[in-house]
Design a protein around this ligand. Structure first.
Ligand SMILES: Cc1ncc(COP(=O)(O)O)c(C=O)c1O
Length: 507
């Protein structure tokens, strides 16, 4: 598996479009009779060539392909074993975030301790944070709270890892809205949207999102992963060439694979490279179907693209643009509406409620035509249980909070700049981008893991992000700021990190 070459990943050669069948390709055709690679994430991450490839690895003769049937059919257990053995040992054993000790810190502190937290109000005031309901108190206070779990599993860490950027997962108004919907509608929707799963809150949320983003239509999905898959399948098929930023989220790559389209990666946030590829693509196939994919805030780098330039290029070359705003919504752009806000040319905006909205579920927004296509054709929309009504209600309340308290996002962004300055002043490379995700490049896996351990020993939870999530040789520490971190958190971090490798920069 590890050595699966790009040639193996190719479903059709770069310059030859697949044979026309006269039938519009079903998004699932590419997956229906073939095995996914043992580690689709790794396979997708490896497909980082300049050449053209499909997004996945479908190996000739592999399990599930027609030739695998019969007496010599490979043992699927053996294939899984080989896939696991191909992982470097350190990577395989060190999935620390699944260990109980790390999970324990996300549990709420014992009832009453958060309310009595001496630091909660003070820290909110001292950092300019505005919104109530942060889980900071719960995390920090667990330090002095009576141990509810065995000591080894109870070491409380300050959470510098999760994406609950605005602390909305515990905001009283969000919790109350979810609780009230829970009482009224029950926990689950009971069926898909097109059967009996639609509740008034779904329609209200879709309308509110569309109005907020200035789009004609928004449709809800149970997760951002699913929404991304649906979005790519709406805009590309097996006759398409998809041009995706090299660091695009895995869900979009799975979408490309499901669509059957060919994939090319352009250099991260590099419009010049995208332009070269668009020109070549148009020269080779003047009327070919193109699609461009990018994110507005990259979750592992903290960077954002020059979106105006990408929009202009896509318009010039008649390539629809899909922007994944998972990490930007609620924080970046006017009033937290994301960086694609105001660009009517953007064909689809994808958003999730799993980050700044503080819950779960997702949506796609676009014009009425795109909305109608998704409604009529998207299996990922039609054939799945509707978003749980309490989550929809929570998302609606979160949207209300985001609109009512725009200064919360502004305060978080300002604080993130101070953290960048602080890291640079301590001799660390200034984390790129603007926003709450700070990526500290360390290079090799061992250094990144050692730093994660060092921070954990100092009571801080920040995760080492390693390949295949990021390219080889770029293991890093991912630091995430969120609303309500107590004052002094930066100082704690700098103390734990120690001096950086560069000459300190004056603040
Ligand atoms: C950029 C990006 N897009 C999409 C997703 C998927 O969102 P969800 O967690 O709602 O499935 C994520 C989550 O990891 C993400 O980081």
């Amino acid at each position: 598996m590890a050595s699966a070459g790009l040639a193996d990943m190719r479903l059709h050669p770069p310059d030859q479009p697949p044979a026309q069948t006269g039938r519009r390709s079903c998004p699932w055709d590419a997956l229906s009779s073939s095995a996914l690679p043992a580690d689709p994430c790794a396979a997708a991450a490896r497909a980082t060539t300049d050449g053209v490839t499909t997004a996945g690895g479908i190996r000739p003769g592999g399990a599930g392909s027609p030739s695998a049937a019969g007496p010599s059919a490979p043992d699927w257990r053996q294939q899984l074993r080989e896939g696991l053995e191909a992982l470097p040992a350190a990577r395989r054993r060190q999935l620390r975030s699944l260990e109980p000790r790390a999970a324990a810190q996300f549990q709420p502190s014992p009832a009453g301790s958060a309310a009595g937290a001496p630091t909660a109000a003070a820290s909110a005031g001292s950092t300019g944070d505005l919104m109530a309901g942060s889980n900071t108190a719960a995390v920090d206070n667990a330090r002095s709270a009576p141990a509810a779990t065995p000591p080894a599993a109870a070491l409380p860490l300050l959470d510098l890892a999760s994406n609950d950027y605005l602390g909305l997962s515990r905001h009283p108004a969000v919790l109350a809205a979810a609780a009230s919907e829970l009482a009224a509608s029950g926990l689950g929707a009971g069926s898909s949207r097109l059967v009996s799963g639609t509740r008034p809150v779904h329609l209200q949320l879709e309308e509110s999102l569309a109005a907020w983003l200035g789009r004609e239509r928004a449709l809800l999905f149970p997760s951002g992963f699913q929404a991304n898959l649906a979005a790519v399948c709406a805009l590309a098929d097996r006759h398409s060439l998809v041009l995706a930023d090299r660091l695009i989220h895995h869900s979009l790559l799975v979408g490309v694979r499901a669509s059957g389209a060919r994939l090319q990666r352009f250099a991260h946030n590099d419009p010049a490279d995208l332009e070269r590829r668009l020109l070549t693509a148009r020269r080779q196939r003047p009327s070919g179907r193109l699609l461009v994919l990018c994110e507005s805030l990259y979750s592992m780098e903290g960077t954002s693209p020059p979106l105006a330039a990408l929009v202009a290029l896509c318009a010039r070359h008649q390539a629809p643009l899909l922007v994944d705003e998972a990490h930007a919504l609620g924080l970046l752009g006017p009033g937290g509406r994301g960086l694609a806000h105001g660009f009517a040319e953007v064909a689809i905006v994808s958003g999730t409620f799993g980050k700044a909205f503080g819950s779960g579920g997702a949506f796609l927004a676009g014009d009425a035509l795109v909305g109608d296509w998704l409604l009529q054709h998207s299996g990922a929309f039609r054939y799945t249980t509707a978003l749980a009504p309490p989550l929809a209600a929570g998302a609606l309340a979160a949207l209300d909070r985001i609109q009512a308290e725009p200064r919360a996002a502004a305060a978080l962004l300002a604080r993130a700049e101070r953290w960048r300055d602080g890291l640079a002043a301590a001799g660390w490379p200034r984390p790129p981008g603007r926003g709450p995700i700070l990526s500290l490049l360390l290079g090799d896996d061992v250094s990144a893991l050692a730093m994660q351990e060092r921070l954990a020993a100092a009571g801080l939870l920040a995760l080492a992000i390693r390949p295949p999530t990021v390219p080889e040789g770029t293991a890093r520490l991912r630091l995430v700021l969120r609303h309500g971190l107590p004052s002094g958190s930066l100082e704690r971090l700098l103390m734990a990190l120690g001096p950086g490798p560069l000459p300190p920069k004056p603040r």
